[in-house]
Design a protein around this ligand. Structure first.
Ligand code: NG1
Ligand code: ZN
Length: 542
């Protein structure tokens, strides 16, 4: 290890003194101009992690659904998973070390994590379409090379595609080819096979409008289009040729504003969906004949997928257990429908896919989605083996069902949520079941809800328990929320400090939109008063 070279290079990517960042639920995320040193250091850290695990590690440069001016970085562990928690801590220490102590902290990490520095290292890098991403990913590469690591720069990729590349490389190609064509081939083959026995494949099912948030999803869907064109024709909007990334469009905008994105031509009853800026989230929606907007969020996606999987399991006669994992943001109607009508087990975890992912691993088949459309299905190794065996052994309809399950396994490609995978699975299910978007939507009716943000001096004064559904501190806040909730019917409300923004999030549900809005506002006021609100007092109206 050439310590002088590291010191010299690091100075070229110097940390502004005093800046403190946290490796949060989505890695580091902030204004792009504050991230150069973080990128360089994450290049260094990826090399250490690669040496320690003797595997390829991924580094993704993106700030997902956040504004174009922001950026971020996260590391991808050997099996395409999110970085292990102990390494998240190392990442935070390394990113926050002042320039003169950076080398010492780097050495400390390699000692603590028992890294063999003589081991080879390999890092793969991907980035989204933000103007700042190319330069920032170059800083990652500087970090990798100065520590003697080798790398492959994939350039523009969706976040899930980078996860896929990492997984393929660490399973010596058994899972799929670690190329962009390999990704398209794997997914499109599974999609085409899954849908080939569909009876109804009229135009109604074949065309889908996709809002790409002016991001990477547009480029990648365009590349993929011809692989799937026989089964599905996608019409892309907000493809990045005009508008700004995530501005008035994309999954996060549509979900939080509960209205269509700008730049999309919607006719009544047409099936539409939105990706977020790095294509790991998806939500569906449509306009009814009266022009009313209907959102089909992650909860309804989870419901559609789990009911399909349950039917296939019934067909093959195998009692593999399915669990659905949600967060407190899941609409109350979805939880009720899953438990009472579909009779599946539902679990609630803290916000952030890593928590859902962890819980979902406890089941043969774990379906997890955040309400915002981030999620996937996990099959345990045992379940996968069993299904593959049945696809060979069983006969007739049972065999077909087992084969369909096999294709579903292939479509969920080891990423913790992939808008493209999710879209293909959803489209396949709708085709196979002959369901229109309205029929899917009609599974249950969402309770009207509202999400708000409150600014406080220090959001960490709010601590929570029970998967973030109850406030512990500051004292009195939970009691205040309880009193407010009692005033409304079918109501529920909770607050929690955001893990990605310097704000407190408020969520409320009630029997009407007016009541949900009014409850959310009242809870915001309680947060403002009891948790050190700053700036203007929350106003009613949105
Ligand atoms: P925070 O800012 O902690 O609420 C948001 C989303 C999460 C997750 C992360 C990571 C909501 C309410 N929160 O987290 O679900 O997606 O960003 O991107 O949607
Ligand atoms: Zn995202």
């Amino acid at each position: 290890m050439d310590l002088d070279a590291i010191r010299e290079y690091s100075a070229l990517h110097a940390k502004p003194s005093g800046l403190v960042l946290q490796y949060g639920t989505a890695g580091f995320r902030t204004k792009a101009e504050h991230l150069d040193h973080v990128m360089f250091r994450m290049g260094l850290l990826a090399v250490l992690r690669s040496k320690q695990t003797k595997s390829t590690i991924g580094v993704m440069v993106t700030a997902s659904h956040n504004p174009e001016e922001d950026n971020g970085v996260k590391l991808v562990d050997p099996l395409g998973e999110m970085l292990a928690p102990s390494w998240e801590e190392h990442a935070t220490c390394l990113a926050n070390a002042e320039e003169h102590e950076m080398l010492r902290v780097l050495m400390d990490i390699s000692v603590k994590a028992a890294v063999n520095l003589h081991q080879d290292a390999f890092v793969v890098i991907g980035r989204d379409t933000r103007p700042s991403s190319e330069k920032l990913s170059q800083s990652v590469i500087d970090g990798v090379t100065v520590l003697g690591g080798q790398f492959h720069d994939y350039g523009l990729l969706t976040t899930p595609q980078l996860h896929y590349m990492v997984y393929c490389r660490n399973t010596s190609g058994q899972y799929g080819k670690a190329t962009i064509e390999g990704y398209y081939e794997k997914l499109s083959k599974a999609f085409m096979e899954l849908t080939k026995q569909a009876f109804c494949s009229g135009d109604e099912y074949r065309s889908l409008k996709v809002d790409c948030a002016n991001g990477i999803g547009a480029l990648k869907l365009r590349e993929m289009e011809h692989y799937i064109s026989q089964g599905l024709s996608v019409q892309l909007f907000n493809d990045g040729t005009k508008g700004k990334l995530n501005h008035l469009c994309g999954a996060d905008f549509v979900k939080s504003h509960q209205k269509p994105p700008q730049g999309m031509e919607m006719k009544s009853n047409e099936r539409c969906c939105s990706f977020d800026g790095d294509a790991d989230r998806i939500v569906y929606y449509y306009l009814d004949v009266d022009g009313h907007f209907h959102l089909i969020d992650g909860d309804k996606i989870a419901t559609l997928i789990s009911s399909f999987l349950k039917e296939l399991l019934l067909e093959i006669g195998e009692s593999l257990n399915i669990g659905v994992v949600q967060t407190a943001y899941a609409n109350g109607s979805s939880t009720r429908y899953l438990e009472e009508v579909m009779k599946v087990s539902v679990y609630c975890t803290k916000t952030g896919v890593k928590h859902l992912h962890h819980k979902a691993q406890e089941f043969d088949i774990g379906v997890y989605f955040e309400a915002n459309g981030h999620g996937t299905v996990l099959f345990s190794k045992a379940a996968e083996t069993k299904i593959k065996q049945l696809a060979k052994e069983l006969e007739d309809k049972k065999r077909e069902a087992a084969k369909m399950l096999e294709n579903v396994i292939d479509l969920f490609n080891q990423a913790a949520g992939d808008a493209i995978s999710d879209m293909l699975v959803i489209e396949a299910i709708l085709i196979l079941k002959g369901l229109t978007v309205q029929q899917w939507d009609a599974l249950y009716t969402d309770l009207p809800n509202r999400q708000l943000k409150v600014k406080v001096a220090d959001r960490q004064v709010i601590s929570t328990t029970d998967a973030e559904r109850q406030v512990v501190t500051p004292p009195g806040l939970q009691e205040a929320i309880n009193d407010l909730v009692k005033k409304y019917k079918l109501s529920r409300a909770f607050v929690r400090p955001s893990g990605t923004e310097d704000i407190v999030r408020v969520y409320a549900e009630a029997d009407s939109q007016e009541n949900a809005d009014s409850l959310a506002h009242a809870v915001s006021l309680a947060v403002f008063q009891l948790a050190g609100g700053v700036g203007e007092t929350p106003q009613p109206g949105f």
